[in-house]
Ligand binder design. Structure first.
Ligand SMILES: CC(C)(COP(=O)(O)OP(=O)(O)OC[C@H]1O[C@@H](n2cnc3c(N)ncnc32)[C@H](O[C@H]2O[C@H](COP(=O)(O)OP(=O)(O)OP(=O)(O)O)[C@@H](O)[C@H]2O)[C@@H]1O)[C@@H](O)C(=O)NCCC(=O)NCCS
Ligand SMILES: Nc1ncnc2[nH]cnc12
Length: 292
């Protein structure tokens, strides 16, 4: 009779991917902002066609602003490497974010190009620096950081705040504190679904924006045009998606019609644009962490 000698199973050390380095995280954040700004056509927004519903923005200005933010995203990632998830980390990120806003205003000569994006992408970069790798982990950890108090954050009046008071909108703060649901549950699935259907990368990015616009309570739209503007954007984006999105003629026609509608309302979905950038960032961070 054959005897079997027991062989001790090799102890499997759970392999954890090395954390992405702050410099790499900063570069990915800027790349996401540049890809967002250049994606075309985006209803009401700055893109390669023009300036959308903005008198003070342009594609070159958005690009200069994005590039100027790289050292600030790196600094946020470095802070998240040095500190554990704590109020101290939250307060340091808040201070670094305000520094980034000041740098943005210096580069843009006072124009608000990326205030919301600094907030969203800063939190996600910090989450990546703390070792989160999957899309969901990144959004969950960024949400946990956002929910921490920042005693040094002076609550000034803002368009988002007034939209919150007038319409009860959650805004950028609420989106982050909820763990970026419009990124992991809406933007990333739309981006990856469009790619799987064979859409070009640019069309997939526009489709991700449409999916976000169709569901997001964007305080930029509320600030500019109230509920009418928000509804026009949500309905138009949903219709464009249902017609096949940016990879189809019918979808493109509806996108251009929506662009005209938003221009006539002088309304711009800046918050949705930020969450497209956040979608592109976490999509790439997850990929990079698999091959780190
Ligand atoms: C939490 C803060 C972002 C402050 O938020 P709050 O809502 O109080 O202040 P706002 O200045 O209104 O910033 C909100 C910006 O966030 C984007 N956004 C809007 N809706 C949403 C949403 N539902 N989810 C996610 N993000 C959203 C949007 O930002 C983009 O649009 C801006 C450009 O568009 P534009 O229409 O030109 O905007 P304006 O120039 O203001 O209006 P006009 O005069 O032209 O009509 C641009 O910012 C894009 O990024 C909203 O604008 C955070 O900034 C904060 O707390 N700051 C204080 C300092 C701090 O602690 N920072 C560090 C944190 S790590
Ligand atoms: N492409 C864009 N156009 C207008 N506002 C924005 N905020 C962030 N990205 C934007």
């Amino acid at each position: 009779m054959q005897t079997f000698h027991s062989v001790a199973a090799p102890t499997v050390a759970w392999w954890t991917p090395p954390r992405m380095q702050p410099a790499a995280l900063g570069a990915l954040a800027v790349e996401a902002l540049l890809q967002e700004a250049r994606a075309t056509p985006k209803p009401g927004l700055v893109d390669r066609r023009g300036v959308g519903a903005h008198h003070d923005l342009s594609l070159p200005l958005m690009e200069r602003s994005a590039v100027a933010l790289e050292p600030h995203f790196i600094a946020m990632a470095e802070a998240a490497v040095r500190k554990t998830l704590s109020i101290e980390l939250r307060e340091e990120l808040g201070a670094l974010g305000r520094d980034a806003e000041s740098a943005m205003l210096r580069v843009t000569k006072g124009v608000n190009t990326h205030r919301g994006a600094i907030w969203a992408l800063g939190l996600l970069v910090a989450a990546g620096a703390q070792g989160a790798t999957s899309v969901k982990e990144l959004c969950n950890l960024a949400g946990a950081i956002a929910r921490m108090p920042d005693a040094k954050c002076v609550q000034t009046g803002s368009h988002g705040r007034s939209a919150q008071e007038t319409y009860g909108a959650m805004g950028a703060r609420g989106e982050a504190m909820s763990g970026f649901p419009h990124v992991w549950r809406v933007g990333v699935p739309a981006l990856r679904g469009a790619r799987l259907r064979g859409a070009s990368e640019e069309a997939a990015r526009v489709d991700a924006l449409l999916a976000i616009m169709a569901q997001l309570e964007d305080t930029c739209l509320l600030h500019r045009g109230g509920r009418a503007a928000l509804l026009a954007a949500q309905v138009g984006a949903a219709e464009a998606s249902a017609l096949g999105g940016a990879a189809t003629d019918a979808g493109l026609q509806r996108i251009i019609a929506l662009d005209q509608e938003l221009l006539s309302l002088w309304a711009s979905p800046g918050g949705s644009a930020d969450l497209l950038a956040a979608t592109l960032l976490v999509d790439r961070m997850e990929k990079e962490s698999k091959y780190a």
